[in-house]
Design a protein around this ligand. Structure first.
Ligand code: ADP
Ligand code: ZN
Length: 732
């Protein structure tokens, strides 16, 4: 592996490296800005959510600089993983840490000394040893990248004393640029990193913590194992993590799933190191589909194709929850996060909190309360999560959380179920929680029913038309609407004055009735970021995946080191049959093409021949066209005369996405050519449209919910979005 092609002769740009080495068409938000800053040799702090693409921000500069880049990383497993991925891309990278034999250590030292290496990964304690130190002093060190930089701060959740000393190391290499990277964003930690490494505010880059590709759902926990099994039906052969509170729960659930024929392994601190390691490795290599784990699992995991994360029990606080769901969908394809919530779990955590002393105790309570508020909330899930990181979610309906999707669905008449529920609460003397009320309505037989003689109530068994989870959902809606009151300690329900009024007046009540089992809703599929994800050829994908696994096993690396799922999904959507076609797939760099291209091309060609399928053209995306700025490109193309249909085809997205882009375009102050094409999308009569425009006049057009409510849900959100766009267009 020669370095010369990076050193001399040609002067590559970040764009060419992105395309030829990494195989990507465009930068993710902020990546380009960060790279420019580093190229200008300014010390830089990078704060990005997991999956945001931090690594690329030092890897690209590393390939642009003439000298060596040293990457400090605290986790040996991650180091190995990164190096494997880089080597698969043809980038000369190595690591030095305590896991190496003395021969390997020496060999790696020699390679670095001979200038054969562009990126050297080291553990912080290794960097502090005199041998490494003198080695580095003899070389041209251009960039010092400190990954997981929050480990510097005592205020962080993962303080490591060796990290503190990195400040000295940094000072000894004054000509090197220093980068600090982390996914932890609390103000205190940030300030600590900046002061320790002497980075100025001007050089701080923080990207959004919003992970658009995660579908977020919270479901009341009734029969969690059953709910999990049900959920898994939609994730055949797909990787996922299930988090449990206790080791015992981990073992039990792993057993239960395994008995049902799932490919699953447990992971917790009670297992032997070797077994834990084996289980993790099997998961990473796609030999095992599911890991059931305590929170001990995940730190060293870089697996990009985790398609779901289930919280079987309530997490302690929002920060850990967000970190855990963040392990899903790093590859940018959609992933589903499900939290099973019960008040009982909160009580369990409370029990542990009670053993602590203040101020820890009250802090823990605050965290828990924030968590339960989140789980019980009826608004967009993204808002409180982003709020926690000091970010405001723009817009009013994210379209990819359970509550927002529910808001988009039409409301139905729930008067009768509401009356049944309220009467049942009254008949049982307002002394029980929702679960028991539902048991009565369903005519269940259990001890508690017998003890209180509730089978003798007139409301016993009158609610068999709905399922338990549907009734629980109704109950929550009644609480949210103020018809029921829920006492906080024991969750006892009582009927409010408003509830009594509703019973008496027999006034109609609108609300939602879930599908019999909530996960059956095709919600995760509602908004696929790209077409290739939605309509790739599943059979071809499986063939490609098998090939990938074979190649990965042969080189003893995880499959994602060969290609990501996204690369395979694109191949199975566009059926490329030539070198150019294949190079156009995301993640297909030159070296990867040389190594694996033929293998995959021959599979695709054979498959297409057999099934008479032709290659589909994939428009190369323009470099500037990253997701963050796409609305500009869409708006400009529309103004240049392209129709909505053209745009949908070109960007391989649905009409909703185009409307969102155009709305952003116009809200950013740009005029749109005309509303004619847009109004044609509406199915309302001109009179109805007029009514909606009037409502925008009086209520404003920033938030759609008030308008939706104004029309009592009779005008759906799709219509409102179309009409808002026309309205804004006309106003200009
Ligand atoms: P982080 O370290 O911030 O969690 P990574 O650096 O691991 O994120 O990147 C997450 C995923 O996104 C990786 O699979 C990476 O290859 C991919 N990625 C990074 N930058 C881009 C890009 N510009 N275009 C497409 N994929 C990218
Ligand atoms: Zn939402």
């Amino acid at each position: 592996m020669g370095v010369s092609k990076y050193n001399h002769r040609t002067m590559p740009t970040p764009e060419t490296i992105l395309k030829t080495t990494f195989g990507y068409d465009s930068f993710k938000p902020l990546q380009r800005e960060i790279i420019t800053n580093v190229q200008a040799r300014r010390d830089t702090l990078v704060i990005m959510a997991t999956g945001g693409g931090k690594s690329l921000t030092y890897q690209v500069p590393a390939l642009l600089f003439g000298g060596l880049t040293v990457v400090v990383s605290p986790l040996i497993a991650l180091m190995k993983d990164q190096v494997e991925q880089l080597r698969a891309l043809g980038v000369p990278a190595l690591f030095i840490n305590s896991s190496l034999s003395s021969e390997e250590y020496q060999a790696n030292m020699d390679a670095v000394r001979r200038n054969e290496i562009k990126l050297l990964y080291v553990a912080p304690e290794t960097l502090l040893t005199p041998r490494i130190f003198s080695l580095l002093s003899s070389l041209k060190l251009d960039l010092l990248a400190i990954d997981e930089a929050h480990c510097i701060s005592e205020w962080g959740h993962d303080f490591r004393p060796e990290y503190r000393q990195l400040a000295d190391v940094r000072r000894k290499f004054p000509t090197a640029v220093c980068m600090a990277l982390t996914a932890t964003a609390t103000q205190r930690v940030r300030a600590d990193i900046m002061s320790t490494l002497e980075i100025s505010h001007a050089n701080e880059f923080q990207s959004t913590f919003n992970r658009e590709n995660l579908f977020i759902e919270v479901m009341p926990k009734s029969d969690p194992t059953e709910q999990t099994l049900h959920f898994l039906q939609n994730f055949k052969d797909q990787s996922g993590i299930i988090y449990c509170f206790s080791r015992r729960q981990v073992d039990e659930l792993a057993d239960a799933l395994s008995r049902k024929g799932f490919s699953v392994r447990p992971y917790h601190a009670g297992l032997e190191d070797a077994e834990r390691h084996r289980n993790q490795e099997a998961f990473i290599r796609d030999d095992v589909q599911i890991i059931v784990a305590t929170i001990a699992f995940g730190m060293g995991i870089n697996k990009p194709n985790v398609r779901f994360v289930i919280h079987f029990d309530l997490p302690k606080n929002i920060e850990s929850y967000y970190q855990e769901i963040g392990r899903a969908g790093r590859d940018g394809l959609s992933a589903h996060c499900l939290l099973l919530y019960s008040y009982g779990d909160a009580s369990k955590i409370k029990y542990f909190i009670e053993q602590k002393e203040d101020p820890e105790r009250s802090a823990a309570y605050q965290h828990l309360n924030a968590m339960t508020r989140y789980a019980e909330g009826s608004g967009c899930r993204r808002k409180p999560l982003l709020d926690y990181f000091g970010e405001t979610f723009p817009g009013d309906n994210c379209g990819t959380c359970d509550n927002c999707v529910a808001e988009q669905t039409t409301l139905v008449d729930i008067t009768i179920p509401a009356q049944k529920f309220l009467s049942c609460v009254i008949r049982s003397n307002e002394r029980f929680g929702a679960a028991h009320i539902v048991d009565i309505l369903l005519g269940s037989k259990n001890e508690k029913i017998e003890k209180y003689k509730h089978h003798e109530l007139s409301t016993y068994g009158i609610g068999k038309e709905l399922t338990k989870s549907q009734w629980m959902h109704i109950s929550r809606q009644l609480v949210e609407r103020g018809l029921l009151d829920q006492e906080p300690a024991y969750r006892v329900l009582s009927v409010t004055a408003k509830g009594l009024e509703m019973l008496k007046s027999r006034e109609q009540l609108k609300g939602q009735i879930n599908e019999p089992n909530k996960t059956e809703r095709p919600n995760a599929r509602l908004k696929s970021p790209t077409a290739e994800e939605a309509d790739y050829d599943k059979t071809l994908f499986t063939l490609l995946r098998t090939k990938r696994k074979e190649l990965a096993d042969a080189s003893n690396v995880p499959p994602y080191v060969i290609f990501s799922d996204k690369t395979l999904a694109q191949m199975a959507a566009y059926f490329p049959q030539t070198e150019d076609g294949l190079l156009n797939m995301s993640g297909m760099g030159k070296v990867k093409y040389e190594r694996y291209g033929e293998d995959f091309l021959s599979i695709i060609k054979a498959y297409c021949r057999e099934n008479r399928i032709e290659e589909k053209y994939k428009a190369p995306m323009r470099a500037k066209d990253d997701a963050g700025r796409r609305y500009m490109a869409v708006g400009e193309a529309y103004n240049a005369g392209e129709s909505i249909q053209d745009l949908m085809k070109r960007y391989a997205v649905n009409v909703d996405t185009i409307l969102n882009h155009l709305t952003r375009f116009i809200q950013a102050g740009n005029p749109l050519r005309s509303a004619e094409d847009l109004i044609a999308l509406s199915n309302l009569s001109p009179d109805q449209q007029m009514e909606v425009f009037k409502a925008f006049d009086t209520t404003g057009s920033d938030a759609l919910k008030p308008i939706y409510d104004k029309f009592n849900g009779t005008v759906n959100y799709d219509e409102l979005k179309i009409l808002r766009l026309c309205y804004l267009c006309e106003q200009r």
